[in-house]
Design a protein around this ligand. Structure first.
Ligand SMILES: Cc1cc2nc3c(=O)[nH]c(=O)nc-3n(C[C@H](O)[C@H](O)[C@H](O)COP(=O)(O)OP(=O)(O)OC[C@H]3O[C@@H](n4cnc5c(N)ncnc54)[C@H](O)[C@@H]3O)c2cc1C
Length: 315
């Protein structure tokens, strides 16, 4: 595959993100194997065409104007298990990976039960929940570097993992597949832990509504003087004293923003850090609500919230 005719033209991106928001892409390509993924990116570079990678589209906001260039959707999803190590393609849905691990009696991914999206997206954002993070099990990531047209294996320390961060957010490398270290455990015990995590998600997240998960990153207290100050000054945050994070959802909630609406977008009543697409929201509605939240939280607590979701648009 190195022929531009293999790309579909003028494809609506609404069907490719969980918000169901956004305009069309000029070009659209689904990569069902690693060779076509790399060939597609190489082709776009050679033609000087902007491109953007999508996994499951569960952590992105697609601009109403769409994308002038190519969206390359990562869909390859083979996997290989050697003892307690799984090598999984970037396009493998996390849900499928977790079920596979559980059925083989491989533990370590229970925290991610119910996490939508792909392996590649989870590594890119170092996804995490309920005390686990992707980085905890990554041994190595196979990457394609479009700038040098080379494939190489990065050890975990070269992935630059931090809270909801990886080096791939800056270096433009494509995540092709990942090697994950798990450990043997009783499948029944793994299943019980997964059920417990899914129950917590159902209780705390607005899963029946269209969302892209948490909009903002939590406030990492070691790096936020304003966050530490807010905890000292406000009794409602006292429960977070000594914690690693002041949750953005708690800050948004105590700022009185739950239920705030702009157009079809609404701050979830269920979880303050989720903005849901209630009534055919546009990307503009979501962005206006993001700015409203940010301004109110800054005014009330001096905290500047950073976005966790990525915006798909031409820069
Ligand atoms: C209901 C709901 C609950 C959620 N709960 C959580 C949670 O508990 N914890 C959490 O961390 N997140 C959560 N999320 C957010 C989201 O599911 C995760 O961030 C997920 O890991 C994103 O994966 P994705 O494949 O959908 O990535 P996408 O949304 O498709 O892409 C996200 C970013 O990753 C980049 N990317 C994707 N694949 C590759 C690749 N192969 N190489 C290079 N870059 C790539 C994209 O370019 C984009 O910038 C939730 C989302 C929803 C809708």
């Amino acid at each position: 595959m190195s022929d531009i005719s293999a790309f579909q033209k003028n494809i609506s991106l609404k069907d490719h993100n969980t918000y169901r928001i956004g305009g069309s892409a000029d070009l659209f390509f689904e990569a069902h194997d690693r060779v076509s993924l790399i060939a597609a990116i190489r082709e776009m570079r050679m033609q000087n065409t902007p491109y953007y990678l999508l996994g499951g589209g569960t952590n992105v906001l697609v601009a109403d104007e769409g994308f002038r260039g190519a969206i390359v959707k990562v869909k390859h999803q083979t996997n290989d298990v050697r003892d307690d190590v799984i090598v999984a393609d970037a396009g493998m849905p996390m849900g499928a990976l977790i079920i596979k691990a559980q059925s083989l009696g491989l533990s370590g991914l229970e925290w991610a039960a119910g996490l939508p999206g792909t392996v590649g997206g989870a590594i890119f954002g170092n996804a995490g929940s309920h005390g686990g993070e992707m980085k905890d099990m990554v041994i190595a990531v196979e990457t394609y570097d479009p700038k040098t047209d080379t494939v190489k294996e990065c050890g975990s320390s070269a992935c630059g993992f931090g809270y909801r961060h990886s080096a791939f957010q800056e270096n433009g490398m494509i995540i092709v597949r990942a090697t994950l270290q798990l450990h043997h455990d009783d499948p029944a015990h793994i299943a019980t832990r997964m059920k417990d995590i899914v129950a917590k998600r159902i209780a705390h997240q607005p899963l029946a509504q269209r969302s892209e998960g948490c909009v903002f990153k939590n406030i990492e207290l070691a790096y936020s003087e304003e966050g530490r100050e807010a905890i000292t000054q406000n009794e409602e945050f006292s429960v977070f004293r000594g914690a690693r994070f002041l949750p953005a959802g708690a800050v948004i909630d105590t700022a009185g923003l739950k239920g705030t609406r702009i157009g079809g977008a609404c701050v979830s009543e269920h979880h303050g850090n989720f903005i849901v697409n209630e009534h055919n929201a546009s990307a503009r509605d979501i962005i206006a609500l993001i700015e409203t939240i940010r301004a109110r939280v800054k005014e009330k607590y001096g905290i500047i919230l950073a976005e966790e979701i990525k915006i798909v648009r031409n820069t």
